[in-house]
Write a protein that binds this ligand. Structure first.
Ligand SMILES: Nc1ncnc2c1ncn2[C@@H]1O[C@H](COP(=O)(O)OP(=O)(O)OP(=O)(O)O)[C@@H](O)[C@H]1O
Ligand SMILES: [Mg+2]
Length: 241
């Protein structure tokens, strides 16, 4: 199982929105996904209560000490991807989530205050020696500000290739309307640009993690040998100290 953690101390950067969007995109790519909510604000639980589909399930895990064990249990249950949505600010649950991550995603809007706010989270991620990427979210469609934000973020991690995830996620109503309807953006407007960006962001993450797409099959023994899914590669190649 791979564990992705969305974290940044700044509120409203898009942790929960991206967690939901990526969960759906990963399901569509063949993963068995669980959303873990460590934020007592309950954004994901509230979203699920507005939703009429069972998947992805949301597991609230608010106690820092419970996170590692819950992740182990999910792996035993056959979940292939856990996406952890953390609270803004700094807290024990977020630190525990980061310590258990295979990849930390740090969302930031292209504004100086958001970019400054990445520093605390980045320091924690680096202390835990975890792979990470910034996700530029709520960007305008075009403009100098995006390029400048991306290069400022990249400068904070010059030692790391691919420190800024692609593509950037543009600010569009689809994201907010989807959440209100209890949907992921690719369910709300499957052929929209936002859905397309989130699917491409998932593909980027998959390749960053070195995940080969899991195949949706009822019985893996029925597959011809040549099409057997590859074993999960390790994330170690992306661990930066
Ligand atoms: N790309 C986007 N386009 C438009 N709206 C967005 C986008 N990303 C997030 N939003 C909206 O911005 C608001 C904040 O997003 P979200 O709740 O996901 O942030 P968060 O980082 O989880 O915040 P918190 O720290 O409070 O948990 C929400 O209303 C959400 O719908
Ligand atoms: Mg949130």
């Amino acid at each position: 199982m791979h564990t992705i953690v969305l974290a940044i101390q700044k509120g409203g950067s898009g942790k929960s929105t991206l967690a939901i969007g990526l969960a759906r995109a990963a399901i569509d790519a063949g993963h068995t996904v669980r959303l873990i909510e460590t934020d007592q604000q309950g954004t994901l639980s509230n979203w699920q209560s507005r939703r009429s589909y069972a998947e992805p399930r949301v597991d609230p895990v608010y106690a820092a000490g419970d996170i590692a064990e819950r992740l182990r249990n999910l792996a035993d249950e056959g979940v292939t991807l856990a996406i952890v949505d953390t609270a803004g600010g700094v807290g024990a649950a977020t630190s525990a989530a980061i310590r258990n991550a295979d990849l930390c995603l740090i969302p930031a809007r292209p504004s100086v205050v958001d970019i400054e706010a990445t520093a605390v989270t980045l320091a924690e991620v680096r202390r835990a020696a975890k792979p990470f990427a910034f996700v530029l979210n709520q960007t305008p469609i075009r403009g100098q500000r995006i390029a400048s934000a991306a290069s400022t973020l990249g400068e904070g991690a010059l030692d790391i290739p691919d420190a800024v995830a692609q593509p950037f996620i543009v600010m569009r109503n689809d994201h907010q309307d989807a959440l209100s309807a209890g949907l992921a953006v690719s369910e709300y407007a499957p052929s929209g640009k936002s859905a397309d960006e989130i699917r491409r962001l998932w593909s980027w993450i998959e390749s960053r993690l070195g995940i080969v797409a899991v195949m949706l099959v009822e019985d893996v023994n029925e597959l011809p040998v040549a099409t057997m899914p590859a074993v999960q590669p390790s994330a170690e190649a992306f661990t930066f100290v």
